[in-house]
Design a protein around this ligand. Structure first.
Ligand code: A3P
Length: 319
C-alpha cells in the first residue's frame, strides 16, 4: 500500500470550516487574504506547515490557466535534456502534469512520501500564492529557501482560458460569472492581482531566487529559446557551448511547442489531476495571446484592464 500521511482535511478541517466561504464554479474559502479552492485549503495549510525543502528544489508556480502546462514541460525538458535521446523523451508519452507533482494534490491526498522519493533536483508545481508559501521555501540567505519560477499572463486571456476549462466540467458556466469572480477577487487562488504582485515583488527583491516569466513573452516569435536559456541558467543547469552548438535549446522549445504537445496521443486522451480530473486535452486549447478579443466585449476588457491597472498603480508592475 502507498505511504499516506495524516489527511489534512482531518487535521485542518475545523480550521477551514470556520473560514469565510464562497459558493461558485469552484467553491472557495478565504484564508489569509486568498480565496483557496475549498478542496485544497487543508492541503495548502499542510504544505505550509510540513513541507521540507531541499536547497536545490525548483518550485514552478503559476496562477491557474496562465501557462502552467507549458512551464512544467519546458522546465522538465530543460532539466532532463541530457538524460534521454530526443525521440525517447518522457514528454512524448506523458502529460506535463504527470511528470511534475502538483503540491496541492500531493498534500491533499496525503501523498507527501512521493515528494521525498523524488531525486534531486526536484521540480514541484503549485498555484499557492507567494504570500502563503511555506516559510522554508521563501527563507532568506542562509535560511534555506528554494528557487521559484513563476509564470503570469494577461488576465483577460486567463479569464477566457479558465472559462473554457471550467466549462468542461460545468457546461452552463457563463463567461460573465468568471469575469465577476476575477473582478471581485474571489476567483480560485485570487485575488489574481495579489497573486501576481506577490511573485513579482519577490522577483524584484530576490532575482537570484525568483524568476518571473510572462506567457506572452514566451510566445513571441523566436523568444522562447531565450527564456529557456535564462530559466536553465537560473535553475543551475546552464546550456553549455557544446549544447548550444548542437541546438539543444531549440530542441527543448520544439519538444514543448503547443502544436507538438497538443498532437501527442497522450494529450488527446485520459485525464490528469486527482481532483475533478480534467481530460488531458483540456490543457491544450488554443495557445495564443489575445484570444480574449474573440470572447469579450471591449467594455469588459476595458473594465478588467482598469481594475488591474488600479491595483498595480505605484508598484512599477505593468501588465
Ligand atoms: P488557452 O486556453 O488560452 O489556449 P495552464 O497550463 O496554466 O492550465 O494554462 C493553460 C493555457 O496554456 C491554455 O491557454 C493552453 O492552451 C495553453 N498551453 C498549454 N500548453 C501550451 C504550450 N505548450 N504552449 C503554449 N501554450 C500552451
Amino acid at each position: 500500500a502507498e505511504a499516506r500521511s495524516p489527511l489534512p482535511k482531518e487535521e485542518f478541517g475545523d480550521l477551514v470550516a470556520a473560514l469565510p466561504r464562497k459558493e461558485q464554479y469552484l467553491d472557495g474559502r478565504l484564508y489569509e487574504g486568498f480565496w483557496l479552492p475549498e478542496h485544497y485549503a487543508p492541503g495548502i495549510i499542510a504544505f505550509r506547515r510540513r513541507f521540507t525543502p531541499r536547497a536545490d528544489d525548483v518550485v514552478l508556480a503559476s496562477y491557474p490557466k496562465c501557462g502552467t502546462t507549458w512551464l512544467k514541460a519546458l522546465a522538465f525538458a530543460a532539466m532532463t535534456r541530457a538524460a534521454y535521446p530526443a525521440d525517447e523523451h518522457p514528454l512524448l508519452r506523458l502529460n506535463p502534469h504527470d511528470v511534475i507533482p502538483f503540491v496541492e494534490d500531493v498534500f491533499t491526498d496525503g501523498h507527501e512520501a512521493k515528494l521525498d522519493m523524488l531525486p534531486s533536483p526536484r521540480l514541484i508545481n503549485t498555484h499557492t500564492p507567494y504570500q502563503l508559501l511555506p516559510e522554508s521555501v521563501v527563507a532568506g540567505d542562509g535560511g534555506g529557501g528554494c528557487k521559484v519560477v513563476y509564470i503570469c499572463r494577461d488576465p483577460k486571456d486567463m479569464v477566457v482560458s479558465l472559462y473554457h476549462f471550467m466549462r468542461r466540467l460545468q457546461p452552463d458556466l457563463s463567461l460573465a460569472g468568471v469575469v465577476e469572480s476575477v473582478a471581485d477577487g474571489t476567483v480560485p487562488f485570487g485575488p489574481m492581482w495579489d497573486h501576481i504582485l506577490g511573485y513579482w515583488r519577490a522577483s524584484v527583491s530576490r532575482p537570484d531566487r525568483v524568476l518571473l516569466l510572462r506567457y506572452e513573452d514566451l510566445l513571441r516569435d523566436g523568444a522562447a529559446g531565450e527564456h529557456v536559456r535564462a530559466m536553465a541558467r537560473f535553475m543551475g543547469r546552464p546550456f553549455s557551448a557544446a549544447e548550444e552548438a548542437a541546438g539543444a535549446v531549440a530542441s527543448v522549445v520544439e519538444l514543448c511547442s503547443f502544436e507538438r504537445m497538443k498532437a501527442l496521443e497522450v494529450n488527446r486522451r485520459g485525464t490528469a489531476g486527482s481532483y475533478k480530473s480534467m481530460p488531458r486535452d483540456a490543457f491544450f486549447r488554443k495557445g495564443v495571446a489575445g484570444d480574449w478579443a474573440n470572447h469579450m466585449s471591449p467594455e469588459t476588457a476595458a473594465r478588467l484592464d482598469g481594475i488591474f491597472r488600479e491595483k498595480f498603480r505605484g508598484t512599477g508592475l505593468t501588465i
